[in-house]
Design a binder for this molecule. Structure first.
Ligand code: SF4
Ligand code: SF4
Length: 316
């Protein structure tokens, strides 16, 4: 297997430039007390109803009524929010939902306003190449081989998703590991590799204590073993480090999570209401959090060499 096409190729100068850029952004956050990044759930709508969806479970807690009756910001209002945050110096925006591609016009606008945009999508709607200085990064969900993915997502979408992502280097596969798919990790990686996308990373399923999808005990150990195996076999295609894996289990990162600290990362519901964090609206989720963002940030803060190397190809 030739993995050199995925090897990091940033030069020393590029690394220094990147370090200075992150330093400037951190100074903006700490001295001027401005957000480091923003996350927008731009729509309540989704064309799927996955059985593990944290968005709908957290949105249900808001008691805003049926999805179809809920208000969301208009295009103009969202664009004003984007521009306001950019004027504060925010560099990076992640766009989530619901399914953000249902508001494609806003994706186009966000890409033109922010220097760095990440879009989390279920992959059922092809995202075009935008007329912009920089293309967004696409985080596309894949939970298992065809039958399992379709079962988890509640619809026969697998073939369409693979067709939409094939050979698209903007794509990183996001695999949420839970009690329903932990045995299939190798298969998911193989499918992602064959689709010739840029890489794959893992999230640990997040939920409240009694949630049957949480990975516990022996299942968790098996998942860890499988991820270590694919990290060896697929090397730089796996955008994930041993330290990040260790943190998913220990939860050592939780008290230091950026979302828990004011003015670090702002997260918004489709109606413009600020959320507790990207995962939902309750600190009770922290105990079982498997979000990659605070894990990656904590590992970077510890100067973990493998994490630094892995994340060089993964722009926030
Ligand atoms: S595609 Fe995403 S937002 Fe839509 S139901 Fe599934 S997990 Fe939720
Ligand atoms: S649930 Fe996770 S991402 Fe959200 S505040 Fe808690 S630790 Fe941070």
């Amino acid at each position: 297997m030739n993995l050199t096409k995925y090897a990091p190729n940033l030069s020393i100068i590029e690394n220094i430039q990147k370090g200075l850029e992150i330093g400037n952004r951190m100074a903006n956050v700490i001295i001027k007390k401005r957000p480091f990044a923003v996350n927008y759930d731009i729509t309540w709508q989704c064309n799927l109803r996955c059985n593990h969806c944290y968005f709908y479970s957290s949105a249900a807690e808001l008691e805003l009524g049926e999805i179809n009756t809920r208000k969301e910001l208009s295009d103009e209002q969202w664009i004003n929010v984007f521009r306001y945050h950019r004027s504060l110096g925010v560099y990076s925006a992640s766009i989530t939902g619901g399914e953000p591609t249902l508001r494609m016009y806003l994706l186009h606008e966000a890409v033109n306003i922010f220097p760095s945009v990440q879009i989390a999508t279920n992959g059922t709607i092809k995202i075009p190449y935008f007329k912009a200085k920089k293309q967004p990064i696409l985080w596309v969900s894949l939970d298992g081989p065809k039958d399992l993915h379709n079962k988890i997502r509640g619809a026969s979408i697998f073939d369409k998703v693979i067709k939409n992502i094939q050979d698209d280097k903007r794509v990183f596969i996001s695999c949420t590991v839970s009690s329903q798919n932990y045995k299939e990790i190798e298969k998911v990686v193989e499918i992602a590799y064959d689709a010739d996308v840029s890489g794959i990373f893992f999230l640990w399923y997040t939920g409240y204590d009694n949630d049957p999808l949480l990975l516990k005990g022996e299942k968790s150990k098996i998942a860890v073993g499988k991820i270590l195996n694919v990290m060896k076999e697929y090397e730089d295609f796996i955008i994930f480090s041993k330290k990040m894996l260790e943190l998913y289990i220990s939860k050592e990162f939780v008290p230091h999570c950026f979302f828990r600290k004011k003015n670090r990362i702002h997260s918004y519901y489709p109606n413009g209401q600020q959320k507790f964090c990207v995962m939902g609206n309750s600190p009770k989720l922290c105990k079982n959090c498997g979000c990659i963002v605070p894990v990656a940030v904590y590992a970077l803060r510890k100067f973990d060499r493998e994490t630094i190397n892995k994340l060089r190809r993964f722009p926030f």
